[in-house]
Design a protein around this ligand. Sequence first.
Ligand code: 13P
Length: 256
Amino acid sequence: MRRFLIAGNWKMNLGPAETTTFFEEMKTLTADVSDGAEVLVCTPFVSLPAAVDAAAAIAGFKVGAQNMHFEDNGAYTGETSAAMLNELGCSYVILGHSERREYFGETDAIVGKKVVRALGADLTPVLCVGEVLAQRKANEQNDVVATQLKGALSGLTPDQIGRTVIAYEPVWAIGTGEVASPQQAQDMHQFIRSVLTELAGKDVADSVRVLYGGSMKPDNAEELLGQPDVDGGLIGGASMKAGSLFKIVEIANKLS
Ligand code: 13P
């Protein structure tokens, strides 16, 4: 049986009050997600305490952050460490999202340091990779993704890589309504596994969950999650309403 990971990325949306409302709605839909797909929302930092509190009422529902610093503590004004997220009750952290790479200058080397630190604090990193439209048009997507994966993961042990989740998010499909075709997703996920095999061996590569992200919604989730190498979704817009996130969870459960 496959165990999908259905992860929401709220980005800079839903403050603490809206977070509480989201979970009130989610609670009317389910009291327990511990059995089927693993379910997670990654909220803004300020909404994490409200999310962790409210998620406790839904068995198995997990909470994650969208970023963190790679140091444990120190003079890094405005930053948050992995240990702090762990103390708060987070179990996951998204790292290297394309918006962080584009707007905040995050490089593969920085993202790699964050992955190591997250793992050291018992957080599961969700490492995002993906090409922009011009790279897809030039058929460079595999090179781009291989460089991102190797840039972030080559210093890690196979065990560390095995505890990482990868999210393939083609930048041209994020927030645009334009979704990768199921075949494009499958091809890239298979390619990602081949790079992971080079880095950590086939057993690890086969066990790592590779999520698809980019305009995933209830009406396209089934064909994307139906691909053999798609192990879940990293969902932006459609994760901010309890009803639509839950529909995707139900689709994943049906497929597992
Ligand atoms: P959308 O689902 O809104 O396209 O966002 C995808 C994303 O960036 C998730 O991290």
